[in-house]
Design a binder for this molecule. Structure first.
Ligand code: MN
Length: 429
């Protein structure tokens, strides 16, 4: 596990961009996440780094000459460390670069934030033992966890064309479902629309087709993490998922937050990886001392909901649940090692979803499916509304952050999307 702690992580560092020094800012000088922005729809995406409520335009600051973000993400570890150091030194209070770089700043509020890179292939995993057990119990009460679960990171190949940048809205999906006890399925708008609280893991350096990535090298191929909402239509999923896994219940929409928090920024927030007692010992290609000592990451992730009613009266979003990525059953390095063990090639900009992150307590569940016990127990919101699944007009906001004694808190920003009524015309049954 490669990324080391250095002067860029010093919690005492302050920036000449004063908003970055606010304790509540997700983007202090210790973070420096990468993303893309544009001032108008006619403009091409520019590469930037978030600092406080501003963005430093990388090209205008003379920091890079590469074509685009996917190319930047293939930089060697040494080049990336050098870029991070240059950003940190240039944005520090008292830097000689201040007057030059002030011209390369853009307020975040004045631009559109896009997907942080061109997303290539997308794979979604199932890393949370708590989520897998709770969902397994709902779908298959007799055998919640299938025999492979403890041996390999279960995943499926998803679709990247429908991954959208945070801040959008989308119509409730339509699909084929079959009511319990019914003989014939129907085509209609999903009645069990849900979110999934996930992290997205971005591949930086590619591997050659046929060349597996060993666990020890896996993190060198990772660029960073962002928040990821894998919206899911549970009624469509329940009917379609066997025997080949999720399909149209997932690929109508996914939402990604705009900033990639780099592996370098996450270095102070590494955590030990352990498996619950009684789980089988890992096969050697998924196990190493380094992965056990620090392969996990201490990242708090939260789901917030603002209903249409709350928005109408100016009531802010309400936190529905909070979990920590540290407790996941598989680390990012293990996902990469397993994904490539057959020679599969990953490319710069590929996205790995962690899978829904649910904590050990029932109120820490990362989906409504779990929070409402499969729709059996509605949850009561502070304003008296009830929810089993999402209603039209609901806005779901994911947030994430890392904090700890002696470290500057860093955040992931927001991943936000709103559910609209279904398209007015949909194909008849
Ligand atoms: Mn998912």
């Amino acid at each position: 596990m490669t990324r080391t702690i250095n002067e860029t992580h010093d919690p005492a560092l302050q920036s000449w961009v004063s908003s970055a020094n606010e304790p509540s800012s997700d983007f202090p000088i210790q973070n420096l996440p990468f993303g893309r922005f544009r001032r108008s729809e006619q403009e091409k995406w520019s590469m930037g780094v978030a600092i406080g409520d501003q963005i430093l335009d990388l090209r205008r600051a003379g920091l890079t000459s590469v074509e685009g973000m996917n190319q930047l993400m293939t930089l060697s570890l040494a080049d990336r460390a050098e870029l991070r150091l240059a950003l940190s030194r240039g944005l520090r209070l008292g830097s000689v670069r201040q007057s030059e770089w002030e011209k390369a700043l853009v307020p975040q509020s004045e631009v559109e934030l896009g997907l942080p890179c061109e997303i290539g292939d997308y794979t979604d995993f199932y890393s949370s033992l708590q989520h897998a057990t709770a969902v397994g119990r709902l779908f298959r009460p007799d055998s919640p966890l299938l025999p492979n679960y403890h041996w390999l990171p279960v995943g499926y190949h998803g679709r990247s064309s429908s991954i959208c940048a945070s801040g959008h809205s989308f119509p409730r999906p339509i699909g084929q479902t079959r009511r319990p006890g019914a003989e014939i399925p129907e085509l209609k708008p999903s009645l069990r629309l849900d979110y999934e609280l996930e992290l997205g893991i971005f591949i930086g350096q590619p591997n050659t087709l046929g060349d597996p990535i060993a666990l020890a090298d896996a993190e060198a191929h990772l660029f960073g993490l962002a928040l990821f909402n894998d919206w899911s239509a549970r009624d469509i999923q329940a009917w379609e998922y066997q025997p080949l896994g999720p399909f149209l219940s997932k690929n109508f929409m996914s939402t990604l937050s705009p900033w990639m928090v780099t592996m370098e920024a996450l270095a102070p927030f590494r955590a030990a990886y352990s498996r619950p007692e009684g789980t089988p010992e890992l096969l050697p290609y998924l196990d190493s001392a380094a992965n056990r000592e620090g392969g996990a990451f201490d990242i708090v992730v939260e789901v917030w909901l603002q209903t249409a009613k709350m928005a109408e009266v100016g009531q802010p979003a309400q936190c529905l649940s909070r979990a920590n990525y540290r407790g996941a059953h598989w680390t990012p390095a293990q996902l990469v090692a397993h994904h490539t063990v057959n020679g599969c090639n990953l490319q710069s900009g590929d996205l790995l979803g962690t899978g829904t992150l649910s904590g050990p307590e029932s109120h820490q569940a990362g989906s409504l499916l779990e929070l409402s016990m499969g729709g059996q127990q509605p949850i009561a919101l502070a304003n008296g509304e009830l929810r089993t699944f999402l209603e039209n007009g609901d806005t779901v906001i994911l947030r994430g952050y890392c904090e700890g004694p002696g470290r500057r808190r860093i955040g992931f920003g927001e991943c936000r999307g709103t559910v609209l009524p279904p398209r007015r015309s949909w194909p008849a049954v």
